[in-house]
Ligand binder design. Sequence first.
Ligand code: SAH
Length: 374
Amino acid sequence: MSAERENAKLRLLGLDAEEIAAILPEGAPRYTAKQVRAFCFDGKSIDEMTSLPVSLREKLKETAVSVPVGIMRVYASRDGSKKYLFMLDDGNLIESVFMPHDYGNTVCVSTQVGCRMHCAFCASGADGLVRDLDFSEILGQVVAVNRAEGGSARKRAVTNIVLMGSGEPLDNYDNVMRFLEEVTAPDGLGVSERNISLSTSGLADKMKKFADSGRKVTLSVSLHSPFDEERSKLMPVNRKYNIASVIDAARYYFKRTGRRVIFEYTLIRGVNDTDACAERLKELTKGFPSHINLIRLNETGSALKRPTSDAAKQFMLKLNALGVSATVRRSFGEDIEGACGQLRRRVAAELAAGDAAEKNSASEREGRKKFTTA
Ligand code: SAH
């Protein structure tokens, strides 16, 4: 995959009217910038902004794109969820997942290409961080899925957003903050903060900064083990921010925002599903409102194993008996490589193989040409 941004066009989605006005040709009416902003949130391409004069559209296309992510493939699961594979303007791939619920529809978006956290069980971080997404690319996933599912900015098909795809959102702090600003803006998508969750591997200092930011989204914290030694093996980030510092930051988040914190806990057979784990989890979550989401591991090729659904239920009941609020999360898209980053890795490998095959046949053709002209 080429990592070059071929033509480095300005990404319009999410820019405010003033930023857009700055690139419009002189003499364009003042309201044009607002119209362009609104069209972008509907997911329209510049060509589709048909109420703008053709000459203006042509001019704009020379230097800008509206939604900077292109749907490359859509995989539909038997359970109703869909995985969207997007290509970015530099050829990188990212994934989003659409999940229909009784109460609305959730889209799970990526915040980085790859991830630098290297969690032992996660496919997203397996090859490290490629690059941060800019806020327009994070927005683009929501806008493109919303449109593909039949929605517009004013009549949304997407009601809930989770920043739980590939990447560590708090490691791309400024873009995520601008994303939150635009996705909640009344003249953006107008999504309520109550309907947004951000999931972090536990960057304690950034969690505190986020708590102080005034945003009140649901904070999910990936815990995965209540013991430092084990957590450091599963999540190397624990060596920098240990469990005590993560819990301290979670309490602080509650204190500042009044929002109950969610702990994510990926259950791994024989590793973090023992009685001692349940008891320690009770100690850690004492004294402030929280909830534990148990997720059965999606096996991604490491030696770590997924527990049976019965074992997961037993662990949940053990926690509940100790007075800890916990449920087993339904997991979507298991037949379509639902785990973060699995699909991107496979398709990127396929494309690389395809590119190589193409190059080979190109050099074969080249070789033949040389041969015949010689
Ligand atoms: N970096 C953030 C958000 C992305 S991952 C974070 O760590 O929270 C979203 C959640 O999926 C995290 O709880 C992560 O630990 C979990 N996850 C990743 N790979 C998984 C897998 N193979 N099986 C189950 N959960 C997984």
